[in-house]
Design a binder for this molecule. Structure first.
Ligand code: ADP
Ligand code: MG
Length: 233
């Protein structure tokens, strides 16, 4: 669709610029962090200032790393893999944050789903970004569901992340995935952009449906490994 095309254009334009800038920022950043660590003081105020500087540098580093991830031509290592192991390890990773937020994570994965051809680390990054958004949206707690099953088209596997969070207003839906679009005080607005990019590189699709005050569903459709391999031939 046209919306999808526009999104990819934005990604590549931003990506090219970002690659250079993000990379150049990293070296001076390392130097700053290093020298800051060498500063020793007993003055409480100065200690406080140093701490602020360290936190702000961490923030720059976080943004730059997230940016490099989207902009660098990624060395992707595709392997045949089942989704449930990736989903399970992602859940383990986010369990502490879920517990803190009074959120239960329920996974309903149809057993023996055909494997997909994927870069495990990249796909895990996608699942982490989506689940983090879900947890962050559920300020009142609740249940987050993950469902995986064979698509209507049996060459594809569908995985859904369903939250009971604040939801997204319809007029804001088209903005999702745009670089720097964030409604969070500490957000980067890069998470979904990374997701779109990785899923696209896997020959898949990502769709977001949402209802204000009710919740959001992110649906990812990925080709099965068998289908990807047929396609490559
Ligand atoms: P960030 O999380 O840093 O803000 P993202 O790209 O991950 O950036 O998300 C962009 C925006 O999309 C968020 O700021 C939020 O407004 C909205 N969003 C994404 N996922 C959800 C969700 N599950 N529920 C509600 N809003 C969401
Ligand atoms: Mg996010």
């Amino acid at each position: 669709t046209q919306e999808l095309l526009i999104k990819s254009d934005k990604l590549s334009a931003v990506g090219q610029l970002a690659a250079g800038v993000a990379h150049e920022i990293r070296n001076p950043l390392t130097a700053l962090k290093g020298f800051l660590q060498l500063l020793k003081t007993n003055n409480a105020k100065e200690k406080y200032y140093i701490e602020i500087m360290q936190n702000e540098l961490k923030r720059i580093e976080f943004i730059v790393n997230e940016f490099l991830f989207v902009s660098k031509p990624q060395a992707t290592h595709f392997a045949t893999q089942t989704l449930d192991s990736i989903v399970t390890s992602t859940i383990e990773l986010l369990q502490p944050q879920a517990l803190l937020g009074n959120i239960q994570i329920e996974a309903e994965l149809v057993p023996n789903l055909p494997p997909v051809s994927c870069d495990e680390h990249q796909l895990k990054q996608v699942f982490i970004n989506i689940m983090k958004n879900a947890l962050e949206a559920m300020q009142q707690g609740g249940t987050m569901r993950i469902q995986a099953h064979l698509d209507n088209n049996p060459n594809y596997i569908t995985i859904r992340f369903i939250d009971q969070g604040c939801g997204i207003a319809p007029e804001r839906l088209p903005k999702l995935g745009e670089p720097f679009y964030s409604t969070k005080e500490k957000g980067t607005g890069l998470g979904l952009m990374v997701c779109y990019r990785i899923i696209e590189a896997h020959g898949g699709f990502m769709e977001i449906r949402s209802k204000l005050e009710e919740g959001t569903t992110v649906e990812i459709t990925l080709p099965s490994a068998k289908y990807t391999h047929e396609w490559e031939r």
